[in-house]
Ligand binder design. Structure first.
Ligand SMILES: [Zn+2]
Length: 300
């Protein structure tokens, strides 16, 4: 988002009108320059927004414009289906009541329309979050924290975190308070350790690094991880087959150092007692997700 803001700021540079019909006379360059105004420049704080409204009122305005407690703010970091990571974009959720897993929302840019598969580019957005922030530096400095700390950020796979973190300022990254991750794993580990392009499957090789990024978010108030774990050979079974316990221990152990005031891990399966014993004390609550998997739109 920082790169996007900088790009917008560059675009907002005033253009200079040039009269091409008249070439400047060399004499003009020798004329004395006009005197600079001697009045004291008007401070930005003399505008009505800062002069007449208290900080509290301004913060309420920023919250109303930049946040929505009922609608997650999805972050899109790759093109749907296959392909290498490309542009990152955002989309305010339009399917909060969907019975399907969060990563399967059409908000992420892939859905079926009759017999046609529709793909929307990640750089498109349905929100106008940046206009207010771009108004002036004072507003940006006051409002940017509201943007990052007041929204419920939704990522499709833990692999979305590095892309997001690379794009925002370090101070903005640490402002995150509400995070949702929707992801999936296949087991057994030895057959599924290779990189896969299909979304939102996370990779065993990168999982611990992603969890360490979550550890760096020390002010989290809510972290919810929605995770489907299937046996590779039982994927088409409704139950997802019998998953490998070693994989479960690996996935859940990496989450143990993560801290959030409310930390929930929602799974499509009941965690066996042997896995719970291997885990020991954990900082999260294990829940069974009620969400459905849309196998028609996402067959693999
Ligand atoms: Zn959505």
């Amino acid at each position: 988002m920082r790169a996007f803001i900088l790009r917008k700021l560059r675009l907002k540079k005033p253009t200079v009108a040039v009269d091409s019909s008249a070439s400047p006379s060399p004499d003009i360059q020798q004329l004395p320059r006009a005197a600079l105004p001697r009045d004291i420049p008007i401070s930005q704080k003399q505008c009505d927004l800062f002069e007449k409204l208290s900080t509290e009122i301004r913060l309420l305005i920023y919250e109303a414009v930049l946040t929505d407690p009922d609608r997650p703010l999805h972050f899109l970091h790759v093109t749907p289906l296959r392909g290498r990571p490309k542009k990152l974009g955002h989309w305010r959720c339009e399917e909060s009541d969907s019975p399907y897993l969060m990563w399967q929302h059409s908000c992420f840019g892939l859905w079926d329309k009759g017999s046609t598969r529709v793909i929307r580019h990640a750089s498109h957005t349905n929100s106008d979050l940046l206009s207010l922030l771009l108004a002036c530096r004072l507003i940006y400095e006051e409002a940017v924290q509201v943007l990052y700390s007041g929204n419920y950020f939704s990522f499709r796979g833990l692999q979305g975190l590095p892309s997001f973190r690379a794009l925002v300022a370090p101070s903005s990254w640490h402002m995150l308070r509400y995070v949702h991750i929707s992801t999936a794993f296949f087991t057994p580990m030895k057959d599924c350790s290779e990189n896969r392009a299909t979304f939102p499957l996370d990779r065993y090789l990168n999982w611990e690094d992603g969890c360490r990024m979550l550890v760096s978010l020390t002010e989290l108030r809510l972290l919810r991880i929605e995770m489907m774990i299937w046996d590779l050979f039982g994927y088409y079974d409704r139950s997802g087959g019998t998953v490998e316990e070693q994989a479960l221990v690996f996935i859940l152990s990496a989450l143990k150092p993560v801290r959030a005031r409310t930390f929930q891990v929602e799974l499509n399966l009941e965690v066996p007692s042997s896995v719970l014993n291997a885990l020991g004390d954990v900082s999260f609550e294990l829940l069974r997700t009620e969400k459905l998997h849309d196998r028609r739109t996402f067959p693999t």
